[in-house]
Design a binder for this molecule. Sequence first.
Ligand SMILES: [Mg+2]
Length: 402
Amino acid sequence: MSQAPIRQAVVLVGGLGTRLGALTKETPKPLLPVGGRPFLHYLIEEVLRHGVQEILLLAGFRAEKLSEISALYPQVRLIVESSPLGTGGALRNAAEFLDERFFFLNGDSLFDVNLWDLASISSGATATLALRKVPDVSRYGPVALEGEVVTAFGESTGAVGEGVINGGVAVLSRDVLADFPQAEQVSIERDVYPRLASEGRMKGRAYDRPFIDIGVPDDFERSQAYIPALVRRGAVIFDRDGVINAEVNYAHRPDQIEWVPGALDAIKAVNDAGLYAFVATNQAGVAHGYYGEADVTALHDWMNAQFQARGAHIDAFAYSPYHPEGAVEAYRKLTECRKPGAGMLLKLMDAFGVDRERTIFVGDRETDMAAARAAGVEGVLFTDGDLGEALALAIARLSARG
Ligand SMILES: [Mg+2]
C-alpha cells in the first residue's frame, strides 16, 4: 500500500512542569535552558534535519513565551489551547491543521531515533510508537509487542520487570481523532492508546538509542552536558555521482539516476547509528550551462523522498555549481567550494557542529580524497562493489563514542 509521504510533525509543548518546581513556574518546560539554549531548539532541529517541512507546536501554559520560536524557525506554527485539554485534547484542538499522517512528539523529552525508520513500519496502523527498553516497566506504562504489532498498552499488559515502554515519539494517522472520547480533556496515553492496541491498530518498534526526559529533575541536570554531546555527532559525507548513484555524464533528472548497490543500506545505517549523513557534490554542469541550480535542488529533493520512503534520509546536500572554465559567467570561477577544495565539507561540518574526529568523506576519485585531506577528515575511496558492505565497519567505528 502506498501512502502520502509524511511532511509534518506535531510537538506537545503545553504541559505544566510540576516535577521541576520553581524552574517552570513562569517558563514552559520545553524552553528550559540546556547547555545554554532552550531544549526545544534541539528538538526542532532534530526534526528538521530529518526533512520534515512543518512543525505544529501545541501550546498552552505560558504560550506567549513560545511566540518567538516561529521567527527563528519559519517551519514552526504555534497552536494555543485556551484551557488545559490534555495531550489528546490539544491534538483535537489542532484538528484542522493536521495532515493525514504526521510525526507526534513529546516536547520535553528527546529520543534519538531514526524517524523514517519508524515511518517505514507505520503503514496500516492508526498509531506507530517508538519504544524504549527499561529495566523495570512497572514505573511506567508497559507495552506488549509481538513482532511489529502492539497487542496491549499500559497496565492491562500486567507486565513487570524488564520490557519496553512508550518513548514519546510516534507516527499518527489523523483518523485517530475518531477514537477520542467525548470528554473535553483527553489523555492520549490513558484514553486512546490502550484501545488502539486492544483492537490491533497499533504498531511499535523498540530502539536501543539515547533517551532523556528533561521533566525529571535528575535528568534535567544530566541533560546539560548530555544533550550538547549527543548532537555533536560524527558524520558520513558522501560524494554523489559514482558513490550513491552510478556515474553518468551530468545527471540532473530522476530518470538518469541508477542507485549504486547498497547505497540506500549505507545511508540508512548512518541514520540508524545516530550519525549525520551528508552529500557533497561538484555540479559543474551548472557552470557549463547544461542545467540550472533549481534542477540540482529538485533532484536532491527527489532523492530524499526516495530515501525517506525506505527509512533513510540525507541531512543536508552541498553542491558546487562552479567551474573555472564555465560557459555561464556567474559560475565561472576557481573556488574552494569545488572539490578538491574543502569548502563544501567545512561548511557542512560547521553548520551542524560535527565532531570531525568521527567523520569520513566517501568518494570515488582522487579529487575527493584531496578534499577530505584539505578538510582534515579521513577519506574513504569507493570505486566498486556494495556501498553498505564497504562502509559497515567504518559506520560502527564512527558511532562508538570515545
Ligand atoms: Mg564522484
